[in-house]
Design a protein around this ligand. Structure first.
Ligand SMILES: [Zn+2]
Length: 163
């Protein structure tokens, strides 16, 4: 059976054929359809968040992703959240991102999460964000997190800016 590019198929479909193709792609698990009826965007199977509205495939908004199976006290996450939010408010970045991901830096086993190359989330849209957060309150807050959760699983850490 030939391998067919879904995008090519959609590009050559008419208005009647398009919904049929999308429905088949969802049934085949190639795409997932956003549950928010006002959005109904079709997303690639690999996308965690809807590119239309930022909800996940269960219809839930962007949430924190905490590293590893360890559970840190709530206050530690709140402290980090507050520091990250303060940083973006101080930079007068508008609109304020929904969340920020600190990628795990794997090249140095003694380091933790990157303090220079971050990712900001606006709904399902992600943008790289470069900054130098070394020697800031954010660095201290991340160190607190690392002490509390012993991140041994090399996961990225995503924190939402709204509690
Ligand atoms: Zn959506």
């Amino acid at each position: 059976m030939p391998t067919i590019e879904l995008a090519a198929l959609l590009n050559h479909s008419d208005t009647a054929g398009r919904p049929v193709i999308l429905k088949a792609a969802v049934a085949a698990g190639v795409l997932w359809k956003c549950r928010k009826s006002a959005c109904s965007h079709h997303n690639d199977a690999g996308e965690e968040l809807c590119r239309g509205c930022g909800r996940n495939s269960n219809g839930q908004p962007l949430s924190d992703s905490q590293p590893g199976p360890y559970v840190a006290p709530h206050e530690i996450w709140e402290m980090l959240r507050e520091e990250v939010r303060d940083h973006f408010l101080a930079q007068e970045i508008t609109p304020l991102p929904d969340a920020v991901t600190f990628p795990w830096r794997s090249d140095d086993p003694t380091s933790t999460w990157s303090l220079t190359d971050l990712v900001v989330h606006h709904g399902g849209r992600q943008e790289p964000y470069s900054s130098d957060l070394q020697n800031t309150e954010i660095e201290s807050a991340l160190e607190e997190v690392a002490r509390a959760v012993e991140p041994g699983y090399l996961e990225d850490l995503r924190i939402t800016l709204q509690p």
